[in-house]
Write a protein that binds this ligand. Structure first.
Ligand code: SF4
Length: 193
């Protein structure tokens, strides 16, 4: 290793320490770390993924733990449970206005601001490096990728331009996707080959 070459162990230690510090900052607002993670997921999940089942897969927790987390967030009025239209036994979890307001005070927003301040080149390299590490870990564990449509093999830019919910198309669900939905994360995402 040359003097200027980054030490891989040092990067791993920095990631661990950074996660620990951020977790420590998550006890404000009367919300614990698991509840913050659930709120962040629901703020980013698309309409095929805003369910207790998808949340359980994303967090890799047990059904019982997720059920407790969901109940606590409902009690605090940060989320609401509704029936999925046309699917009586399927539940949709949605952030309330209070949930969206508290997300604006998410302690991780400060870290995002620090990333902004790093400058374009460093940020692009970090984004690429972290995305590669994350993809490797996901593949090793055979977990869903939970990414957004633009990198999914089922996404088509064209196909529903006449539809008010379009203009994009999801080939898997045979459903229109708006430009906003294209940026949300999905339990059924499969990376392009
Ligand atoms: S295109 Fe892929 S990521 Fe987007 S909704 Fe369809 S399955 Fe999910």
């Amino acid at each position: 290793m040359t003097k200027t070459e980054a030490d891989s162990r040092a990067i791993v230690h920095a990631l661990e320490r950074l996660s620990r510090l951020m977790r420590g900052a998550e006890f404000g607002e009367g919300i614990n770390p698991a509840q913050w993670e659930a709120l962040r997921f629901l703020a980013r999940a698309n309409r095929f993924s805003n369910s207790p089942g998808a949340l359980t897969r994303y967090l890799g927790a047990t059904k019982g733990t997720i059920s407790q987390t969901v109940k606590a967030l409902e009690r605090k009025k940060f989320i609401e449970k509704t029936e999925r239209p046309g699917e009586k036994r399927s539940i949709v979890l949605t952030l309330t206005q209070a949930g969206r307001d508290v997300m604006a005070r998410d302690p991780w927003n400060a870290l995002a601001a620090s990333c902004d301040a790093l400058g374009g080149k460093t940020r692009r390299r970090m984004d690429k490096g972290l995305a590669e590490l994350l993809a490797q870990e996901i593949a090793r564990r055979n977990d869903p990728s939970f990414s957004a449509c633009l990198t999914c093999r089922f996404w088509r830019a064209e196909g529903r331009s006449e539809d008010a919910s379009g203009p994009h198309l999801c080939m898997l669900f045979d459903a229109p996707l708006s430009a906003h939905e294209t940026t949300q994360i999905c339990i059924a995402h499969e990376p392009r080959a």
